[in-house]
Design a protein around this ligand. Sequence first.
Ligand code: FES
Length: 322
Amino acid sequence: MTMPTSLCPYRMQVHHIKQETPDVWTLSLFCHDAWPYEAGQHALVSIRNSADTLRAYTISSTPGVSPFITLTVRRINGGAGSQWLTREVKRGDYLWLSAPQGDFTCAAHPAGRYLLLAAGCGVTPIMSMRRWLAKYSPMTDVEVIYCTRSPQDVIFADEWRAFPVTLFAEEGAAQGFIPGRITREHLACIPHLKDRTVMACGPAPWMEFVEEQVKSLGVTRFWKEKFFTPSAAPATSGLKISTLQPVREFYAPVGATLLEAMESNKVAVNAACRAGVCGCCKTKVASGDYTVSSTATLTEQEIADGYVLACSCHPKSDLVLA
Ligand code: FES
């Protein structure tokens, strides 16, 4: 089997697949090559072993602790990657992955006290880091809060019994769960909150909320890993984005990246890392103001010509895309 793209040069075989919740599965993989990674990182997966459809997934396993490399995937309606991984991929099949990526890791943000915040499938890097801290830094003071829809949506439910964790359930809260959503009051009650490094992963609006709250409560070290929600509804107001081929207009809500605005309006765009690393989402802006957080794969000439990485482009005015 040949490598589909140089972005995903590591072939891994599916050892087994475990269903975690009604819509989440963990694929356990083994890799014959050395594939060093850090707890909390993610990797690109070539979907259907193709060159042009790549998706980024958090590595939910923990180096030195987990026997396999694992990807934990929520099945999303219409999601090209998640439908394939959770419906069609079987034990014994091969997947092609990139090198591990990202700095949403304890190694990149060392601390003596952590607050790990997770919502939904955003728990995958949080569990990876929680295991890592237990094994390699057992004296570290770690608080974990995990927000779920309902008790049956708790991912890694058995493993969480081994770690102190505060669980929230929006619906059907059973014993051991706090009913409803996390609030400022809950966050304010966390011991030594100001002294903690806070690492959060979950849907964008939830992360905005917890970031705003903990910062206003005195936290100065906050890191987040956005858990992408491809079903975000198209905005009906905000900055206007126009495309010339075909001619159409749509809106980018304040704070959204160009990629998020394009995807929620079903504008054709490739994306994989969503972190300004792989170059898949290269897009040309004909006019308008924007800032960029990465130009990693672009040449100086491309930047001068108006090319951006859509995942790392933040519109500051109405834009026209070439
Ligand atoms: S999706 Fe990889 S650089 Fe934008």
